[in-house]
Design a protein. Structure first.
Length: 298
């Protein structure tokens, strides 16, 4: 897969994740945040199960086996997913869809910083202004409704650290194992089982609540987790982590769009300017390195 195709796939993922904010917000009216997180990630694991079985057969034909360290890596990714998804879900209870989209995008500048500090990966210079423009654009987009930091906002800000670490590591783990579907499904199962276990111990549970939230659970489980998170594992084998973070931040733009359609949100001039900055940053992080390479080759 080429870098451009990987970035286009990441754009589709951002579209799905942006639409999922509405479903996550509405589903929380019926069940607790950890139960919602657990069920939707287990649904995602079921969606990926056929691909996992195909991959296991392929590895068997090649006489390849997974090491114990691989299981620990998948477990670690699942724990990062749990922390990020659970804190985001808790935060959505007491904040708006627009604020949630903006604050989640704060992981964007964290990715190149962590990549530089932890992995010693020096990103292309264009990643820094693009990340800054993306965050400023997200601020303007959220500011269209008046940004105020509630308890929910703090939870979502806290979720950006595990999201950033996950974006940084997921491509490396999947590429080294050469088993993207096993990585995807395995991390979903770990996240789902831990979250569901927590909810059964500490949250009130009712079958009626699960039924009432069924459409939100199915949409976020199948599309947001099963399709989008799995596609992320595949795409990030071919995309730089800092590039991926910036393209994925388009979920902020899509969250505002779906909020406009389904939740009655409206954008002012600052909001439209924010959308423009996000779009420019996404295009810049893809085009500037390509143009630089073309100039060097001529």
């Amino acid at each position: 897969m080429s870098r451009i195709n990987a970035n286009l796939l990441l754009m589709l993922i951002a579209l799905i994740w942006g639409s999922a904010f509405v479903a996550q917000s509405q589903g929380m009216a019926h069940i607790g945040p950890m139960m919602f997180t657990g069920i939707r990630f287990l649904i995602g694991a079921l969606v990926v199960t056929p691909l996992m079985l195909m991959e296991l057969r392929r590895l068997g034909r090649r006489k390849q086996t997974l090491a114990a360290t691989d299981a620990w890596k998948i477990t670690g990714l699942g724990c990062l997913l749990l922390m990020g998804a659970a804190m985001q879900q808790i935060g959505i209870i007491s904040t708006t869809v627009t604020n949630a989209g903006f604050l989640t995008a704060l992981y964007v500048p964290l990715v190149p910083v962590l990549g530089w500090l932890v992995l010693r990966h020096r990103p292309h210079w264009s990643a820094w202004p693009a990340a800054l423009a993306c965050v400023v654009g997200a601020y303007l987009l959220s500011g269209a409704h008046g940004l105020s930091f509630s308890r929910g906002d703090v939870w979502i800000m806290a979720s950006t650290l595990p999201w950033a670490v996950h974006v940084l590591l997921i491509g490396r783990v999947a590429d080294r194992m050469s088993a993207p579907f096993l990585v995807a499904g395995g991390q979903f199962a770990v996240c789902g089982l831990l979250a569901l276990g927590w909810s059964l111990l500490f949250e009130p549970a009712s079958w009626a609540g699960v039924q009432a939230a069924s459409w939100a659970l199915l949409y976020t489980g199948v599309m947001s987790v099963g399709v989008a998170f799995t596609a992320q594992v595949v795409a990030q084998r071919y995309a730089h982590a800092s590039d991926a973070a910036i393209v994925l931040s388009a979920e902020t733009l899509f969250a505002a769009l779906f909020g406009f359609v389904f939740m009655g949100d409206r954008l002012n001039t600052a909001g439209w300017l924010g959308c423009s900055l996000i779009f420019i940053s996404m295009m810049g992080v893809q085009l500037v390195p390509l143009l630089t390479a073309v100039r060097r080759s001529t």
